[in-house]
Design a protein around this ligand. Structure first.
Ligand code: SF4
Length: 426
């Protein structure tokens, strides 16, 4: 899987000491994001241009979820392609022609780059332009990379949205809108849309959209609110299109959701009293839902290993709303523009780590012996074998955890392994 964390943008000095590691890391690649993107954009197809390893990753990760004709596949690069003795662009045209003929329901086709396609320098962006012209009206072909050389497993979504940003239509002069970035479960999106509507904020759009051709307009009247912390590339492109990027803690737990909505309310000059009125009932429900898990989590020692980029916001939620003691919080990379409001809320004394050197990190976990370690799938079993409890970080991406109504479920996700361990001890 991944090799090394790439060099990362660094902003102003942090208030917390930061350990930077640039060793081998154990994480899935950006192809993993296809698993939630294809469920979100129901008229899109993801054609991975890669090796049998890429195909196996997708198949084993997603095989259990396929119940209809899948909306992703792998165009396998064979040895002669990798050796440069075949015309890969011609082969790709043939595969895409056949696919579009067989699947007239596809309206957006994403060509997804991989480590092998990048190694042989296969230009998928140029291929996408050519194939859009060949495909005719109604079908758009776009390209992005899911390669493990460049992306962690959630960054695949960032790359996909970055491919969509140039396609967004221009917002009419003088018009305003709010754009929420990041895949959300339908139910969470409805809840957020309702709260923003009650605040008088609108029109509200979501990217990615369920219909890949129903792209939201963007311009200088657009405020952008990020639902996830892994949109570094998309953020730059959105700002280039004139949008104003709002920064706030992410909508996890009561405090995060309140602050996230407050950022939108403030940008739209909604009085604080109105915000308090609108969120009073859902925030009270969320506080109540968290209480029962706080009893399990309070005082427990927890380490996050870098994987999903959700680590810092979730650590903030666990420390401030569930009473967890944070030992180490690792993140694949630290984007200070997005993360400063979260860093400001972390308790002092947390060991903050950017990047990974997996052996050194595992040594620290073995020495710290936290009550719970949040980590990638590949590290969970070795840690469990040492008698440590773990939580898979990928589960946090697939489970609806945003907003007030999900705050109890979010706390439960961390409490569950501890409750199970206590039961097994009895
Ligand atoms: S893109 Fe790279 S890291 Fe991902 S499965 Fe393919 S070869 Fe492995």
């Amino acid at each position: 899987m991944n090799g090394r964390a790439r060099p990362l943008p660094v902003g102003e000095a942090a208030s917390l000491p930061l350990l930077r590691e640039r060793g081998p890391c154990a994480s899935f690649c950006g192809l993993s994001s296809i698993l939630w993107l294809h469920r979100r954009m129901r008229d899109a197809f993801f054609l991975v241009v890669g090796s049998r390893t890429c195909a196996h990753l997708l198949q084993s990760a997603a095989g259990v979820m396929i119940f209809a004709e899948p909306r992703f596949a792998t165009a396998i690069l064979e040895e002669r392609d990798l050796a440069g003795s075949a015309d890969c662009q011609q082969e790709l045209d043939r595969v895409v022609d056949r696919l579009l003929e067989r699947r007239p329901d596809i309206r957006t086709l994403f060509l997804v780059g991989t480590c092998p396609s990048e190694l042989i320098k296969l230009d998928l962006e140029k291929a996408a332009e050519r194939l859009t012209a060949r495909a005719g009206a109604g079908v758009k072909v776009l390209a992005f990379t899911g390669s493990g050389i460049e992306t962690g497993f959630t960054q695949g979504e960032d790359q996909c949205l970055a491919a969509l940003v140039p396609e967004l239509p221009a917002l009419a002069a003088g018009a305003r809108n709010l754009l929420v970035i990041g895949t959300l479960a339908d139910l969470v999106q409805d809840q957020i849309a309702r709260l923003l509507g009650a605040l008088g904020i609108g029109p509200v759009h979501f990217l990615p959209p369920a219909d890949s051709h129903d792209l939201p307009p963007i311009g200088s009247g657009t405020d952008v609110l990020f639902a996830q912390p892994f949109f570094n590339s998309s953020a730059r492109l959105l700002a280039d299109r004139g949008a104003r990027l709002l920064t706030a803690p992410f909508p996890f737990g009561v405090e995060g959701t309140r602050a996230w909505l407050a950022a939108a309310a403030s940008a739209w000059e909604i009085p604080a009293e109105r915000l308090a009125e609108v969120i009073a009932a859902p925030a009270a429900r969320a506080e109540q839902a968290i209480t029962r898990y706080r009893e399990v989590l309070a005082g427990r020692r927890l380490s996050f290993l870098p994987d999903s980029q959700l680590e810092i916001p979730l650590a903030r939620f666990l420390a401030r709303e569930c009473g967890v003691e944070l030992i180490e919080v690792g993140t694949p990379y630290l984007d200070r523009r997005a993360m400063q409001p979260e860093l400001d809320l972390l308790p002092p004394g947390v060991r903050l780590c950017e990047g990974q050197d997996v052996d050194r990190q595992l040594d620290r976990v073995a020495a710290d012996r936290p009550d719970l370690t949040v980590c990638g799938l590949g590290l969970a079993n070795p840690l469990e074998a040492q008698g440590l409890r773990t939580k898979w970080s990928i589960e946090l991406v697939f489970t609806p955890i945003h907003g007030f109504e999900q705050a109890g479920d979010l706390a439960e996700l961390f409490a569950r392994p501890l409750i199970r361990a206590a039961r097994l001890r009895v």
